[in-house]
Design a protein around this ligand. Structure first.
Ligand code: HEC
Length: 169
């Protein structure tokens, strides 16, 4: 009786491991097998955010620019930030063993995962600031919104990034 029970326990254990393995490989969970690529994807999004922010920074510094261009850039930033927040599966924490594709050093701080809801809200708030900027009725209103957006970039980086690679305020 005893050995049989022990074997049943062993079987149950293997089944649990099998289910775990199958679940871990569920299609669509790219954080599982492609964590390095997820890190790269969020960095590429940020690079694109930066490219769109450049004209806004110049306008804040006094350069003449079309309002339409600035509004379009702010709209793009809003879309990119809305997607950015979803690219933080736990497999992409700093120091997580990336035993899958290839390791990408991340500048993201562990604070993101310690209180993910707070990070999520910070990103959503920044996306909304960008959206407001994209609706500015005139250049003065845009500059006020653009300055708020620049402050949102800098305060998030100060709070949620660690490495030298990430821009500092
Ligand atoms: C809510 C937080 C948050 C906001 C808002 C934010 N960033 Fe970032 N940014 C990050 C994080 C986190 C990283 C590090 C990503 C990584 O390395 O995994 C980063 C990285 C970057 C990088 C480096 C990308 C690379 O190639 O490694 C640039 C450039 C950048 N941000 C620009 C901006 C600009 C410009 C804005 C404002 C329009 C902005 N960010 C707004 C969180 C934010």
């Amino acid at each position: 009786m005893k050995p049989r029970l022990a074997r049943a326990g062993l079987l149950a254990g293997s089944f649990a491991m099998y289910v775990g393995a199958v679940c871990a490989q569920e299609a669509g969970l790219t954080g599982d097998k492609h964590a390095g690529d997820v890190v790269l994807a969020r960095q590429l999004l940020m690079t694109e955010v930066e490219a769109n922010m450049m004209a806004i920074d110049f306008a804040l510094g006094g350069r003449e620019t079309f309002l339409k261009t600035l509004r379009d850039n702010a709209y793009t930033i809003s879309s990119l930030l809305s997607a950015f927040t979803h690219l933080f599966p736990p497999q992409t924490k700093p120091g997580a063993p990336l035993a899958n594709d290839w390791p990408t050093p991340t500048a993201a701080s562990i604070k993101i995962w310690e209180d993910f809801e707070a990070f999520y809200e910070t990103t959503q708030a920044a996306a909304n600031i960008a959206l407001d900027a994209s609706k500015a009725a005139n250049m003065d209103a845009f500059k006020t919104a653009g300055a708020k957006l620049r402050a949102a970039c800098d305060s998030c980086h100060a709070r949620y990034t660690t490495s030298q690679d990430a821009p500092k305020p």
